[in-house]
Design a protein around this ligand. Structure first.
Ligand SMILES: [Zn+2]
Length: 513
């Protein structure tokens, strides 16, 4: 009885539960407590007695944890001025390291890069680079943080809350793998972006698209064959659509409405489905999707907002139509042929392809329906031609993973993607695709991009998104976690060779301490 009463009092006094071992409390303290309860001992005398016990280690007061902080990251360091000394810089553009450099970050920008000493003051956090590589944070040009379970599970067994909570884990995972910016190619992540930008949860900068806009029986139509149609029957049957992962819109008017709706929500660009795909049931791969006028409707509404349209697309004939309409980035785009490659180069369209799509390993992807596996077999045959055309026409290729599904599968895919790109293009091209070229693509969002500086490069004036890496990624991408195994890889662990991850001038990982 005395014990329960004491705990209640102690909690009241210290605003925190106190843990104690009753048998180790000396009798004089128990007596003090009894007299204090009766009012014969003053509060301060009683507190003195408790403090004595705390000093003796008999009572312990657990440190109160700020839940908001503890959920945000392991060891966030936010210093106004950070100086990296003696680093070798990969700037995102050049196939060489600048040796023995010093880099100053003030606020959220890189303000000075010099081979001479940069002075530090008492407010400067100095990080001794010791010859490690300083490079831009990585950029993933195509993710879906909200598609974080397998497709059927999302459709049948999950709510918006489930996928939203899990999307925070995806965001943290990408950041801890060194990705400081992502373009989200479809799904409800506007709130996640706001929370990350506000520093409430850790994650990369997000360029959200909102719901992927699809025609009826297009790549974003996830209804079953006998489900009602959103316009014809007036019922949004698919959970995917109700949660805002996809939106079915047909005809100029509906496409305009949905595009504007996405822009109102905060889309930095618009994602449309302009061709068939591998993961959905009722959109054959040989189909082009959306008429020229429907695509134009999306492009017009987006460009009125000074931004652009990205298109899920595979076939040259569909790419031609999309370029006629003014689409600026092609997602996946595996089947480019010579004339299309030439035009893509002339129009300056970005190719945002996940190279894992070409990998024979993709045949083991649990997300693909068995009747679509032949598509992957085709991709594999195309990869050489793709790589040749990219080189011949100097096409602007952007790194992307399209990693979705269960978190562990996605985590493995990210690292395999980096490995596979390195094999196909060599480490330098692969890195450029994940840094400076991707950063340049992000600028297409114009004023819809809320970040006030350059991404994907290490240069004076650029945003301070920085990795400090133990090793030279231009020679070996495994220092960034690249892994030659995909589905049979071990459960991904922390990448030990990425010592520092800084985003917007804030350090989210520092394993040098
Ligand atoms: Zn995608």
């Amino acid at each position: 009885m005395l014990k329960i009463f004491l705990i209640a009092i102690i909690v009241g006094l210290f605003s925190s539960p106190i843990v104690f071992a009753e048998e180790s409390i000396p009798d004089w303290v128990k007596t003090t407590a009894e007299f204090w309860i009766k009012g014969d001992v003053s509060d301060s005398e009683f507190i003195d007695a408790l403090e004595f016990l705390i000093e003796q280690g008999v009572l312990t007061v657990p440190q109160s944890e700020n839940i908001m902080q503890s959920s945000s990251s392991n060891n966030i360091q936010n210093s106004d001025r950070v100086l990296f000394t003696n680093v070798n810089i990969f700037d995102g553009k050049n196939n060489k390291l600048q040796q023995n450099m010093n880099v100053l970050v003030e606020g959220n920008k890189i303000t000075k890069i010099s081979s001479s000493t940069i002075n530090s003051n008492s407010n400067t956090l100095v990080i001794e680079g010791n010859g490690k590589t300083l490079m831009p944070g990585l950029i993933d040009g195509h993710v879906h943080f909200a598609i974080n379970h397998n497709y059927g599970v999302i459709e049948n067994d999950k709510t918006l809350e489930d996928i939203t909570i899990r999307s925070t884990l995806f965001a943290k995972h990408w950041l801890m793998d060194g990705y400081t910016t992502v373009r989200d190619a479809g799904g409800p992540v506007f709130g996640l972006k706001r929370a990350i930008d506000a520093g409430e949860v850790p994650g990369p900068r997000i360029f959200p698209s909102g719901a992927m806009i699809s025609q009826t029986s297009g790549h974003g139509d996830f209804r079953a064959l006998n489900d009602p149609h959103p316009t014809i029957e007036g019922v949004r049957a698919a959970n995917w659509e109700r949660m805002g992962i996809v939106a079915i819109a047909d005809g100029r008017d509906e496409v305009l409405t949905q595009t504007r709706q996405n822009l109102m929500q905060g889309a930095t660009q618009i994602k449309i489905m302009a061709g068939g795909g591998g993961s959905s049931k009722y959109d054959p791969i040989d189909t082009c999707q959306y008429t020229l006028d429907e695509i134009k409707a999306a492009v017009e509404a987006a460009s009125d907002w000074n931004t652009y349209v990205m298109a899920h697309i595979f076939l040259p004939k569909c790419m031609d139509r999309a370029m006629d309409a003014g689409v600026k980035t092609f997602e996946h785009a595996f089947f480019i042929d010579e004339p299309t490659a030439k035009r893509i180069s002339e129009e300056g369209v970005y190719l945002v392809s996940q190279m894992t799509g070409f990998s024979p390993e993709a045949l083991n992807n649990p997300l693909l329906p068995s009747d679509k596996l032949y598509i992957i077999e085709n991709f594999v045959n195309y990869q050489e031609e793709y790589a040749e055309l990219v080189t011949k026409y100097d096409l602007k290729v952007v790194h992307q993973t399209d990693a979705v599904g269960e978190p562990e599968d996605a985590a493995k895919q990210i690292r395999y993607e980096l490995y596979y790109r390195g094999e196909l293009f060599g480490p330098f091209e692969a890195l450029k695709q994940a840094t400076s070229v991707a950063g340049e693509m992000m600028e297409l969002s114009g004023p819809r991009n809320n970040y006030d500086g350059k991404l994907g490069v290490v240069e004076e004036g650029a945003l301070a998104d920085i990795l400090l890496v133990d090793g030279n990624p231009l020679e070996d991408l495994s220092v960034l976690g690249a892994n030659s195994k995909w589905f049979d890889a071990e459960t991904p662990q922390e990448i030990q060779t990425i010592n520092i991850i800084m985003k917007d001038g804030v350090i989210y990982k520092n394993s040098l301490n």
